[in-house]
Design a protein around this ligand. Structure first.
Ligand SMILES: [Zn+2]
Ligand SMILES: [Zn+2]
Length: 165
């Protein structure tokens, strides 16, 4: 395949073209592995899989990609700013699309992760910030109907800012 544009027969052509275009915009060769990974992330809203889950997803429906290649490709995509990575409530790394600045919201109880729009941020320090990663943990609307704040409230380490409702 030699770094040429790759679109598998099982892919939705528009979405595959979008993945190829995004890779080209950031000067990354659209190899079949990278296209397949980005395509998988583009295919579902609010998709924040573990690398192993993404590997299964890509291998089941798109193209064979080995574990090492999954990690190397994800690293390149994160460095290029197309993909985000963050640590979830159980200490495992999640990956997600980072095409728009957004906040990740993670539910304490059911573990669902959803994107929310990023508000404009004030200047925080002398640093010239160009990217912000914000993870908000709380109760999703469904769990908020079942659990009270007190039931899920865990002692919060001092380094975390507590949000006032
Ligand atoms: Zn996200
Ligand atoms: Zn929930």
């Amino acid at each position: 395949m030699n770094g040429q544009k790759f679109i598998a027969a099982t892919m939705n052509p528009d979405l595959a073209e979008k993945a190829v275009g995004l890779l080209r915009e950031v000067d990354i060769q659209p190899t079949k592995q990278r296209v397949a990974i980005l395509y998988a992330l583009l295919s579902r809203p609010n998709y924040h899989p573990y690398a192993e889950v993404l590997e299964m997803d890509v291998n089941q429906s798109l193209v064979h990609v080995g574990t090492t290649t999954i990690y190397l490709s994800l690293r390149a995509l994160v460095e290029a700013g197309l993909v985000e990575s963050f640590v979830d409530r159980v200490g495992k790394i999640r990956y997600g699309l980072a095409l728009k600045p957004h906040i990740n919201q993670e539910c304490y109880t059911c573990g669902i992760i959803e994107d929310a729009p990023m508000p404009s941020l004030p200047a925080i320090s002398q640093w010239k910030g160009t990217r912000a990663h914000i993870l908000v943990r709380g109760l999703c609307p469904t769990c908020a109907k079942i659990f009270s704040d007190e039931q899920v409230h865990k002692p919060i380490p001092a380094q975390y800012l507590e949000l006032q409702p």
